[in-house]
Design a protein. Structure first.
Length: 273
C-alpha cells in the first residue's frame, strides 16, 4: 500500500511543477515581446484572431490560479477612499459574482468619519446566508482614508497591490482569460491610459485619449478586439468619474451604451445617482 503522506507529497510536487511551468511560459512571452525588433505594425488582425471565450462561460479553476489552501476561503481585502470610489472594482465584483460564490462585505475604517449610504450598500444585500466554507471567494471592501486603493490577497504570502488599475488587472485575471502577448500589452496600455491620462490627466490629455478611443472603437466593438476586457471596464469608469462622458465622440458614445447594457455597469450607474 502507498503511504498517504507520500501521495500528498507527490500531489503537492505536481502543483509546484505546474506553477513553475506557467511562470516559465509567462517569462518566455515577455522575452519575445522585448526582443521584437519592429513595434510599428498593425496589430488589428492579430487581435481579431486572438479569440477568447466570453466571460459567461464556465468558471475558471480558482485553485489553479490562486493556489490551493486546503479548504480555506480565499480572501480579497480592498481598502478604498470613499471620496473617490474605485468604480471599476465594483463592476468587477459584480462580474465575479456572476461566476463564483462570493462572500461579500463592506466595512468602514475609523479613519473615515462618515460614508454615504449608497457606498455602504454598494454590494447589495447578501441574499443567501451560507456557511463560510461554502463560498469560493471572500471579497471585503473597507472604506478607509487612503491615497489610492490597496488590495491584500493571501496576506501571509503576498505583498499588497496598490492602484485601481493594478487591482482591476488582478480581479479580471480571475476569469481565466488567455490572451496573446500583443493583446495583453494593448489591454495594459489602455488601463494605464485610462487611469493616468483620462482620469488624472489635463483636459488636453483627456481630449487626446477620447480621440484615440474613438479611432480604436471604429475598428472593433470593444477597445481591444471583439470581447469585453478590463480595459473597457477601467476606461468606462474613468469617463464616468471625470464627467467626460457627455463630450465623448460618436464611437465612444456607442461603446458606452454597450457597456451600460451589461448588468454590472448598470448597477454602478444606479450607485452614481
Amino acid at each position: 500500500e502507498v503511504d498517504p503522506s507520500l501521495e500528498a507529497l507527490e500531489s503537492r510536487q505536481e502543483e509546484i511543477l505546474k506553477c513553475l511551468y506557467e511562470l516559465k511560459s509567462a517569462v518566455d512571452g515577455l522575452s519575445k515581446m522585448i526582443q521584437t525588433p519592429d513595434a510599428d505594425f498593425d496589430v488589428t488582425n492579430i487581435i481579431q484572431t486572438d479569440e477568447c471565450p466570453p466571460l459567461t462561460t464556465n468558471g475558471a479553476d480558482l485553485d489553479l490560479m490562486l493556489g490551493k489552501d486546503y479548504g480555506a476561503l480565499k480572501d480579497i481585502v480592498i481598502n478604498a477612499n470613499p471620496s473617490l470610489p474605485p468604480l471599476s472594482l465594483l463592476v468587477l465584483h459584480s462580474l465575479l459574482c456572476e461566476r463564483y460564490k462570493i462572500l461579500s462585505a463592506v466595512h468602514t475604517h475609523s479613519s473615515v468619519k462618515s460614508v454615504p449610504e449608497n457606498l455602504l450598500k454598494c454590494f447589495g444585500e447578501q441574499t443567501k446566508k451560507q456557511l463560510r466554507h461554502e463560498y469560493q471567494l471572500g471579497f471585503t471592501l473597507i472604506w478607509k482614508d487612503v491615497p489610492k486603493p490597496q488590495m491584500k490577497f493571501s496576506i501571509q504570502t503576498m505583498c499588497p497591490i496598490e492602484g485601481e488599475g493594478n487591482i482591476a488587472r488582478f480581479l479580471f485575471s480571475l476569469f481565466g482569460q488567455k490572451y496573446n502577448a500583443v493583446t495583453s500589452t494593448l489591454i495594459d496600455s489602455w488601463v494605464d491610459t485610462a487611469i493616468f491620462q483620462l482620469k488624472e490627466g489635463s483636459s488636453k490629455e483627456k481630449g487626446a485619449v477620447l480621440r484615440s478611443m474613438n479611432a480604436a472603437l471604429g475598428k472593433t466593438p470593444w477597445l481591444v478586439g471583439n470581447e469585453l476586457t478590463v480595459a473597457d471596464i477601467v476606461a468606462w469608469c474613468a469617463l464616468q468619474q471625470t464627467g467626460s462622458a457627455n463630450a465623448a465622440p460618436a464611437n465612444v458614445q456607442k461603446w458606452m451604451k454597450s457597456c451600460e447594457n451589461l448588468a454590472p455597469f448598470s448597477s454602478v450607474m444606479k450607485l452614481l445617482k
